[in-house]
Design a protein around this ligand. Structure first.
Ligand SMILES: Cc1cc2nc3c(=O)[nH]c(=O)nc-3n(C[C@H](O)[C@H](O)[C@H](O)COP(=O)(O)OP(=O)(O)OC[C@H]3O[C@@H](n4cnc5c(N)ncnc54)[C@H](O)[C@@H]3O)c2cc1C
Length: 288
């Protein structure tokens, strides 16, 4: 990958961030669903967030971190089709990034140890890449007891159920069948003994701005980016967004500066996410 990277369980990262927020006095409310964000017509008024519990929350700014299937994104893409994004040079020959699907499988290391060939994979601390015809797989240990296997393939005809992070019921027998093929024997065995399958489609929206017109709604994390799902940059991009916003807003001296700082946020993050998207795109085509 060309730089240091860390493999951290989702739960560990989540707990760390939650503890950090709690220690700064951030009030976190669980088990409510945001149903609507109301943007006032008059800029001097504050936006309102409506929840399924009937609560209304007001604030100067709404930071929307509602993930891959963000509903808030609609507020930002009203006038944004990403068409001024001329630096993204997705090839006409290869399928576009949003035509790619991926599936993440998990395999028990204990089961891998029962097979002499898989045992070698289970013992190494390296990532293995299987380059196939029109798709590719990556695999590596995730902690001491689990091996993660990702498949990336492009087929606009295949409609994949786009799963959120929390475990959902999925027909693993059906998915297992979908990903089986004439692959390298170790890879075939891994698919056969995989225990969980988590599928995602890539996101089509390429935003040229991450804020709404009057700078009251700001997208961060997966809500903002169109990086490759199951790639290596997604969580890092979310942390970078937060860092950039934190850095800029720690210097805020007046309300008038908000739009200037958010313009800066848009410019800094657009440049970075375009670079990541191009790199992800190149990776997909090189490996498949
Ligand atoms: C199976 C899988 C494997 C992954 N592997 C990697 C990896 O190896 N490396 C990597 O960097 N990234 C990986 N990712 C991506 C990584 O998890 C995301 O980039 C990261 O979680 C983004 O953080 P986020 O806060 O933007 O969104 P999320 O973590 O998705 O959080 C969004 C939250 O918003 C909540 N939400 C959504 N809508 C509403 C609403 N209307 N009201 C209230 N709450 C709402 C959701 O319930 C969710 O809790 C993976 C993702 C998946 C699904």
């Amino acid at each position: 990958m060309g730089s240091a990277c860390y493999r951290i369980p989702y739960q560990t990262l989540w707990s760390h961030l939650f503890d950090q927020c709690s220690s700064c006095g951030v009030d976190v409310i669980f088990d409510i669903h945001v149903e609507k964000i109301v943007i006032p017509q008059v800029e001097s008024q504050r936006p309102k967030v409506l929840s399924n519990t009937g609560n209304q929350f007001y604030g100067d700014l709404v930071f929307a971190a509602d993930g891959h299937n963000s509903a808030t994104r609609e507020l930002v893409i009203v006038n944004d089709d990403g068409s001024d994004d001329d630096s993204i040079r997705e090839s006409e020959i290869f399928p576009k990034l949003d035509h790619w699907n991926s599936c993440r499988m998990t395999i028990s290391i204990a089961n891998m140890r029962l097979d002499p060939n898989l045992k070698l994979l289970a013992e190494g601390n390296w990532w293995t890449v299987w380059m196939c015809n029109g798709c590719f797989f990556t695999g590596g240990k995730e902690g001491e007891d689990q091996y993660g296997l990702n498949v990336y393939f492009s087929n606009p005809q295949v409609k994949i159920h786009n799963m959120e992070w929390p475990t959902e019921v999925c027909d693993s027998a059906k998915l297992k069948k979908a990903y089986q093929g004439e692959y390298e024997p170790n890879l075939q065995k891994l698919i056969e003994i995989a225990q969980s399958f988590h599928s995602s489609t890539q996101k089509p929206d390429v935003l040229s701005t991450f804020t709404n017109e009057n700078y009251q709604v700001i997208l961060i994390g997966d809500a903002a980016h169109a990086a490759m799902i199951n790639g290596s940059h997604n969580a890092a991009l979310a942390v970078e967004d937060a860092f950039v916003l934190g850095y800029l807003f720690s210097r805020l001296a007046s309300k008038e500066q908000i739009s200037v700082f958010l313009n800066g946020y848009n410019q800094i993050r657009s440049k970075r996410t375009k670079m990541i998207r191009e790199s992800d795109f190149a990776l997909l085509h090189t490996l498949s």
